[in-house]
Design a protein around this ligand. Structure first.
Ligand SMILES: Nc1ncnc2c1ncn2[C@@H]1O[C@H](COP(=O)(O)OP(=O)(O)OP(=O)(O)O)[C@@H](O)[C@H]1O
Ligand SMILES: Nc1nc2c(ncn2[C@@H]2O[C@H](COP(=O)(O)O)[C@@H](O)[C@H]2O)c(=O)[nH]1
Length: 205
């Protein structure tokens, strides 16, 4: 029987750098995990590709999938839906491959309830001022949207205690390396547990 893959959930406030750090992990390391592309009802930004960055769907299509139980989790975030297609996650984990989710905090906590065996990593900003300047400098949001994202960020930071790991995104390379190390050490734990389990069985025989 194939050993089920690990579910890795990278979360944290909008603008902290989750996408940038995720890209660095995928670009710079020899990874054995697959990225789960989310679905959203938000407008496609310039340069974003449907099916690569997100599956861009209408509100009606998204709500249809909710009714069909097709999402592992979903959240309404500053006026739009975002969600994780369930089938892809289950299929990939069953094939023994790790799945990497990059989602906001409400959704991550819902995943934690459904799949507590996952590894939950909170990416934190050095401070709120730096978070604000990252969102501003990204240049993708209106002033009103930036305020909404910052208000939400303060609430999200209070939920840090529900995560297994907190990684500060001081520099992209540092954060990517730390997350990669976390994933490797979690794999070693699983291997060790399986070995210990096999030894116990052997002793019993
Ligand atoms: N360590 C860092 N130092 C300085 N700037 C950074 C760092 N990490 C990311 N950034 C910049 O911060 C901005 C926000 O990053 P990014 O879009 O990856 O955040 P995010 O958490 O994925 O946002 P969202 O949740 O809204 O999708 C980008 O302009 C990115 O280049
Ligand atoms: N709960 C979920 N949140 C998600 C998912 N995919 C992305 N996100 C998060 O939404 C916000 C806003 O994203 P943006 O692309 O509009 O800046 C951000 O924190 C994302 O990480 C998902 O499937 N579920």
């Amino acid at each position: 029987m194939t050993e089920r893959g690990l579910l890795i959930v990278l979360s944290g406030p909008s603008g902290v750098g989750k996408g940038t750090v995720r890209k660095a992990i995928f670009d710079n390391y020899n990874n054995d995990f697959d990225y789960s592309v989310s679905m959203t009802t938000r407008k496609q930004r310039e340069g974003e590709v449907d099916g690569v960055d997100y599956y861009f769907r209408t509100k009606e299509q998204f709500e249809h999938l909710i009714r069909e139980d097709g999402l592992l989790e979903y959240a309404e975030y500053v006026g739009n839906y975002y969600g994780t297609p369930l089938e892809y996650v289950n299929k990939t984990l069953d094939e023994g491959r790790d799945v990497f989710l990059e989602i906001e905090v409400q959704g991550a906590l819902k995943v934690r309830e459904k799949m507590p065996e996952g590894i939950f990593v909170f990416l934190s900003p050095p401070d709120l001022e730096e978070l604000n300047s990252r969102i501003v400098n990204r240049g993708t949001d209106t002033h009103e949207m930036i305020e909404k994202r910052m208000t939400k960020a303060v609430e999200e930071l209070k939920l840090i205690q529900y995560y297994d790991y907190v990684v500060e995104n001081d520099t992209v390379n540092n954060a990517a390396r730390k997350i990669r190390n976390i994933i490797e050490s979690e794999h070693l734990k699983v291997t060790r547990n399986l070995k210990e389990f096999a030894e116990i069985i052997e002793e019993m025989e």
